[in-house]
Design a binder for this molecule. Structure first.
Ligand SMILES: C[S@@+](CC[C@H](N)C(=O)[O-])C[C@H]1O[C@@H](n2cnc3c(N)ncnc32)[C@H](O)[C@@H]1O
Length: 133
């Protein structure tokens, strides 16, 4: 529903892992007839599934969320079509990540989704998260 409402022309997801969510987002955009660009970032792209790698609709970028200005320099972001949707699923450097997009293109009405914030789920998984603060 959010994709349908926002109709993002740029989706940035931090934390690509196997690439499954990137491919899912690309499928959703296609179904809804939205011609958006998808950027998936991970510090370690070696985990990427071969099928995801071969998906031409998703741009996978290796980079560190602690150095977002290297992954998405402001001169790159300024060219990204609006509106944007940003999904944070790396659980790293959250405040600085929000600040970075806020200062480099985010506009009223855009969404920054922060995944896995339910502390009860963290406990259920294994209670051993070093970024749970
Ligand atoms: C929860 S997984 C992402 C899952 C994926 N979005 C999905 O739904 O299938 C978190 C990912 O964040 C990546 N990650 C951890 N630290 C990172 C960092 N500093 N910068 C970028 N990615 C990082 C990990 O390598 C891991 O693949």
């Amino acid at each position: 529903m959010l994709l349908h409402e926002v109709k993002p022309q740029t989706i940035i997801e931090l934390g690509a892992f196997n690439g499954g969510s990137g491919v899912w987002l690309a499928d959703c955009l296609e179904i809804m007839g939205i011609k958006g660009n998808i950027y998936e970032v991970d510090i370690d792209l070696s985990l990427l599934d071969e099928k995801a790698k071969a998906n031409s609709r998703v741009n996978f970028l290796q980079g560190d969320c602690n150095k977002l200005e290297e992954v998405f320099p402001p001169e790159m972001l300024v060219k990204f079509p609006h509106p944007w949707l940003v999904i944070e699923d790396a659980h790293v450097n959250l405040i600085a990540v929000a600040d970075y997009f806020h200062n480099n293109g985010f506009q009223n009405g855009y969404y920054l989704i922060i995944e896995d914030t339910n502390k009860y789920m963290w406990e259920a998984w294994d209670g051993n998260w070093d970024d749970s603060e």
